[in-house]
Design a binder for this molecule. Sequence first.
Ligand SMILES: Nc1ncnc2c1ncn2[C@@H]1O[C@H](COP(=O)(O)OP(=O)(O)OP(=O)(O)O)[C@@H](O)[C@H]1O
Length: 309
Amino acid sequence: MYLFIINPKAGSGRALKVFSDIQNSAVYRQIDSQYFFTEYEGHGEAIARKISAAPEEKTIIVIGGDGTIHEVMNGLTTTDIPLSFIPAGSGNDFARGCGIKGKPEEILREIVEHRKTHPYWIGNYTVDHHAGRKFVNSIGFGFDAAIAHAANQSSYRRFLNAVGLGTLSYVIALIYVLMYYKPMSIELEIDNEKRILKDCWMVTIANHPYYGGGMKIIPNAVIRPNVFPLLIIHSISKWKVLALFMTVFLGIHTRFKEVEILEATTVKLTSKTTIPFQTDGQAGTCRFTSISKQKEAIHITGINEVWAK
Ligand SMILES: Nc1ncnc2c1ncn2[C@@H]1O[C@H](COP(=O)(O)OP(=O)(O)OP(=O)(O)O)[C@@H](O)[C@H]1O
């Protein structure tokens, strides 16, 4: 049984069009399926939790953006249900990172006909006194989180998403945040080794290279168990930050001497003041966080192996 979870708001309504195309495809008519539309923020999580109670013979197919897949992963209480994603959001970094490509009907055909699954290790995190959560793409602290917050709050984002220029909203937010942003002083504990970072611009941890709608923030990140890459931008001038972000799409920002890339199994970050953070593009604030990788892999289906290479 294929269970579709569709966010009708994703991609400014694009998910509805994608699902309608799916319903008109020959492959959809051959399968046993059910569908659920998310009706409010957090509903994807509730639907996934309910499905997890009886996982047998089920495959979940999410149609939406990164926010929807984030909710579904957080709702899943089992790794026994294969999961796929048909991108219909404005950013779609999860699809990019996994190598899910092609027209919606082609992705569905891949899921149904090949039934091959690929392991994907998501991240676990806790912030301050809150209950643990999961991140699918990345978690970031500092400058990138302030940008995500500004872009999410902006009035122009919805318009730019609707005309397919969602990434431009991050560029505008970047220039705006650059004017007022003050770097952080934090304590970073990487695999039990403590470091004090003064005037640190940002710390980002990723499960694959992409964020912000196609920016290759950690170009060499690969999907693998236990370890994730971590990018730090140390003390740097504002002009240099601008230059650095201009090169992110090409993945050559890592050549800047202020950029450090490490590998970690566990990370703890502590700040005396409240700092911004983002998980899969959703922004918040915190003073403390603890991050590790989920041991058991989620099984992703619908990856066309020819493209994924
Ligand atoms: N019926 C609904 N009404 C309003 N919001 C919803 C509804 N269903 C889901 N949501 C919320 O919509 C938000 C945005 O969804 P999503 O991130 O998937 O799309 P997007 O922003 O277009 O894509 P991306 O994150 O890839 O840029 C999610 O955080 C989710 O909580």
